[in-house]
Design a protein around this ligand. Structure first.
Ligand code: MN
Length: 484
């Protein structure tokens, strides 16, 4: 109890200091200095000679004294990072083993991270941004230590009932939050199959791919304000659409609300204004990945997207899975991506295995009915890898910060059951999908829940992302706002 109170005070202090900083005049100067310092430290940490600490956390033979179910996405080899509210209404940074959420702020206060260079309040925060800014060497040291603390052969915390009560939570005692303060959100369009399918529908088979597509990882800038964690329902958007055969647009609810099966990576502070990130160093600046449902309103999109690209059809909502799985944890699942079809410009030539074998699936659960799996795909199908995306994003000198989020674009595979959107699965609604409850879907109905899952599996080790699950509600009702 004492520790809990202490922590509350500590957390209150940290937040009020941060809030206070926002009001003082030298804030910008201060944060600029801090940024430079972070970058300087980061360059040191990412010197290959200094950052070759091995990832002992990935040892496939290790078991935990915490219970882990047979098909769990979260064995002790995963150790993802997230932010949650505890039963005492305290916000903290945590990890998860099996179905146990672990409060890293409490672990740190109890001294379990002694010997690792961490500030006192690094985990007592409502976002992971500062921890991510500490760099790869720190992420690796912390994951390695967590693996040791929860190892079956380590009795120190296992046999300390008091500490365990403070540190460990059941999943129904916590509420997951968006894990980072997302500064900027960029969405790519990196699946050859998806770009070809959509291009074929809108421009015919011969003009499916635009002339730039095989040369550039095409992308656009999105909004971070509407990115929500799994479990938060969203409303069907309204907007302008152009009815078939009409010259005049109409206003109303979107009739073609769709999901996009994507993954997104989260970056650390990477470069200064003007400084490109070399393609073969790019992974040093990627903290980890989440599942990403990039909700889309196809009818609004079709009317608005010329000539500047997607706008309101995309930025009404995107949903993410709450646990960030680190690139370190995904290391054993590296694979080659597709071979380039056209020669690449030198700044996009990546060496080695830069893709990851991550099985993905999408299910739709109608209200009061069982779910139907509508798509099975894989992250490895993506034509452009994350290193190429980051190298391209920064080749003009655009700075990347801690907590930026980069969507992959819809991940479609080669077969008809691997298409990552309803637009492709039903071919613009021409081939409706039969659901287990006997109903049909062309796009997403009100009260449907869309669930995306992803995991890697190799030699008996399974590392997963859990799920991102989002219910689509009818259009926003302003009367409810006035009369709650
Ligand atoms: Mn998208």
């Amino acid at each position: 109890m004492l520790i809990s109170t202490k922590k509350q005070i500590f957390h209150f202090k940290a937040t009020s200091i941060r809030k206070h900083q926002k009001t003082v005049n030298f804030k910008h100067f201060f944060s600029y200095k801090l940024k430079i310092l972070c970058r300087f430290e980061h360059h040191i940490y990412n010197n290959p000679l200094l950052s070759n600490m091995s990832i002992i956390a990935n040892n496939p033979d290790r078991t935990s004294w915490l219970h882990v179910g047979k098909n769990s996405d979260f064995p002790i080899q995963n150790i993802p990072f997230g932010v949650f509210l505890t039963r005492d209404d305290i916000i903290t940074i945590g990890t998860r083993i099996g179905d146990t959420a672990i409060d890293l702020g409490a672990l740190h206060q109890l001294g379990y991270f002694d010997g690792i260079a961490l500030t006192d309040d690094i985990f007592l925060q409502d976002t992971l941004n500062d921890f991510i800014a500490d760099g790869r060497k720190t992420w690796r040291a912390v994951r390695n230590r967590i693996a040791e603390i929860f190892d079956s052969n380590n009795p120190i915390l296992k046999d300390n009932k008091k500490h365990k009560e403070i540190v460990c939570f059941r999943l129904d005692e916590i509420e997951m939050q968006v894990p980072v303060q997302i500064g900027d959100y960029t969405d790519f369009y990196s699946s050859l199959e998806h770009a070809t399918n959509v291009g074929t529908m809108f421009r015919g088979k011969d003009n499916a791919l635009m002339p730039n597509w095989l040369h550039i990882p095409v992308g656009y800038h999105g909004r971070s304000s509407s990115i929500v964690p799994s479990g938060i329902p969203i409303h069907r958007p309204q907007g302008q659409t152009l009815p078939d055969g009409s010259d005049e647009p109409v206003f109303g609810p979107s009739k073609l609300v769709d999901f996009e099966l994507e993954m997104a990576f989260i970056t650390t502070v990477a470069n200064d204004l003007g400084e490109p990130i070399p393609v073969n160093e790019a992974e040093e600046y990627i903290f980890g990945l989440v599942l990403f449902n990039d909700w889309s309103a196809r009818d609004i999109q079709k009317w608005e997207y010329v000539p500047l690209g997607p706008f309101l059809s995309k930025n009404f909502a995107s949903s993410i899975s709450p646990w960030i799985v680190t690139l370190d944890a995904l290391e054993p699942f590296r694979v080659d991506g597709p071979k380039p079809i056209k020669p690449l410009l030198p700044y996009l030539k990546s060496k080695g295995k830069k893709s990851y074998d991550i099985s993905l699936e999408v299910a739709i659960r109608p209200k009061n009915a069982k779910e139907t799996i509508v798509c099975k795909s894989n992250f490895k199908y993506l034509y452009w890898n994350m290193s190429q995306q980051l190298a391209h994003h920064t080749i003009n000198g655009c700075p990347i910060n801690s907590g930026d989020l980069m969507g992959s674009g819809t991940i479609s595979g080669p077969t008809e059951d691997s298409y990552g959107s309803m637009l492709e699965l039903t071919w613009r609604g021409e081939k409706p999908i039969k659901m287990k409850d006997g109903t049909e879907r062309k796009f997403i109905n009100d009260y449907d829940t869309v669930i995306m899952r992803g995991h890697c599996e190799k030699d008996g080790t399974r590392i997963g992302f859990g799920e991102v699950s989002t219910q689509l509600l009818p259009i926003y009702n302003p009367k409810k706002r006035n009369n709650p």
